[in-house]
Design a protein around this ligand. Structure first.
Ligand code: CO
Length: 172
């Protein structure tokens, strides 16, 4: 396992819809291990493969930083197949260091995808886990959490976003 560099806002890969995974080979397994390592060290509770610059539909979730009993898991080609409820809560993103914003999300989502063994899975989630899944599935579709803000709230963040883009263009 090795830690990889997290792509910061400003890089166009974060805006591209990632490609589905057609075969789980050694390269994919290594990538998922690195995603979990990178997320845990960041520290974060969710990560999408395109945040590491990899154009693939893979997300990782690890609640360990808030619950020591939690186990990290991976979903390949995840899709939301049902959702319910509305809740607003604060969210951060590893690609937007220092920015925490209130975002409206569904309180419940049902997700289907493939696990690391290649088996079809369905997962029902609520509250924080549902929020993370929506955030990460957005990522693999090229959608960022700031896209959920209205024009006025996005304007308020303009300075911070420009600063992140500037850092990206400086290559730091
Ligand atoms: Co994020």
């Amino acid at each position: 396992m090795s830690q990889r560099k997290i792509i910061i806002y400003g890089d166009s890969i974060l805006r591209k819809k990632a490609l589905p995974v057609s075969e789980i080979n050694d390269e994919i397994i290594k990538l998922t291990e690195d995603m979990i390592e990178t997320m845990y060290k960041a520290p974060g509770i969710g990560l999408a493969a395109n945040q590491l610059g990899i154009d693939k539909q893979i997300i990782a979730v690890d609640l360990k930083v808030i619950d020591p009993q939690a186990k990290a898991f991976i979903i390949i080609n995840p899709k939301i197949i049902a959702s319910d409820g509305i809740d607003t809560n604060e969210e951060g993103c590893l690609s937007f260091p220092g920015i925490n914003i209130e975002i409206k999300r569904s309180t419940y989502v049902k997700v289907e995808g493939i696990n690391i063994k290649g088996e079809k899975i369905k997962l029902e989630s609520e509250n924080l886990l549902a929020r993370i899944l929506q955030h990460e599935i957005d990522h693999i579709n090229g959608v960022l959490f700031i896209d959920h803000l209205n024009f006025v709230r996005k304007q308020l963040l303009r300075k911070e976003l420009k600063e992140l883009e500037f850092q990206f263009h400086q290559g730091t």
